[in-house]
Design a protein around this ligand. Structure first.
Ligand SMILES: Nc1ncnc2c1ncn2[C@@H]1O[C@H](COP(=O)(O)OP(=O)(O)OP(=O)(O)O)[C@@H](O)[C@H]1O
Ligand SMILES: [Mg+2]
Length: 241
């Protein structure tokens, strides 16, 4: 049981971005990835979820023993993988509430009773300190950066995937929102769920304590350590690692 990346290589047309990443995320653990801008963190995240712009050219991704390397994003989601993208897309014409009801129904393998789901949704909105009116707004359209990130964590909490990849879900949050988002991630955290948390800042890791911190440089994991590695990076930058 794990999300297991073995010697993964990812290219965009004519250029290799990820050059052999091997990483095992066991249920119950949080792995953080830090690294300079442009080092390939989002490319790894997007390729893992099956984004068509990113081609996996070598290696494998196994989810609890099943090879999911080349599955489509919806099949990867059905297998239990979740991505909170660095830049969540805006979808005009689809309300937050109806999107979530469909997505959660699909994840749970049965249509949801609208009234029961409404109660569950309102409780989750309250927990993440998102106004109720957001449920009827078009998905992410006109949302502030921080509002989009809170909505990602709302999805995480409701969908309850096996493994979650969170790409800078802490970026752009004010101090209070960061605590709310961290609490949501910690609520999702369990012995059955694994998290890959991409971040630039040690601050989120003070709330969501990582089991391992990896540094990505030029498409490779150049260094792995414990949570103290994130503190050191914050103090000294990447040049010294
Ligand atoms: N669709 C794309 N087309 C062209 N180049 C791309 C594309 N996606 C990624 N790249 C390039 O791949 C490299 C890695 O980008 P990526 O977004 O993965 O970096 P990152 O580590 O997530 O950076 P940041 O910390 O700024 O989010 C960059 O040089 C980027 O310009
Ligand atoms: Mg990125």
């Amino acid at each position: 049981m794990s999300l297991q990346l073995t010697n993964l290589k990812v290219s965009i047309p004519a250029k290799e971005i990820i050059s052999g990443v091997t990483l095992t995320i066991n249920p119950g653990t949080v792995h953080a990835i830090m690294g300079p801008n442009g080092s390939g963190k989002s490319t790894l995240a997007n390729a893992l979820m099956g984004h068509p712009k990113y081609q996996i050219t070598a290696g494998t991704v196994k989810l609890d023993g099943t090879d999911i390397t080349y599955l489509s994003p919806d099949k990867k989601a059905a297998a239990g993988l979740f991505l909170s993208p660095q830049h969540p897309p805006e979808i005009a014409g689809v309300s937050v509430g109806s999107f979530l009801r469909l997505a959660v129904g699909k994840a749970r393998g049965k249509p949801l009773n609208p009234l029961e789901f409404q109660t569950e949704l309102l409780a989750a909105l309250q927990e993440l300190q998102i106004e109720r009116s957001f449920a009827s707004r078009p998905l992410n359209a006109g949302f502030s950066g921080g509002e989009k990130k809170r909505l990602e964590v709302l999805q995480l909490v409701l969908l309850r995937p096996r493994y979650a990849i969170l790409d800078e879900t802490d970026s752009g949050l004010d101090v209070d929102a960061l605590k709310v988002v961290a609490a949501g991630i910690n609520r999702f955290r369990s012995p059955q769920t694994g998290i890959l948390l991409i971040t630039h800042y040690n601050r989120i890791l003070e709330y969501v304590e990582p089991d391992a911190v990896h540094i990505m440089k030029s498409g490779k994991i150049s260094l792995t350590g414990g949570k103290e590695l994130a503190q050191e990076i914050e103090r000294r930058g990447y040049a010294a690692d």
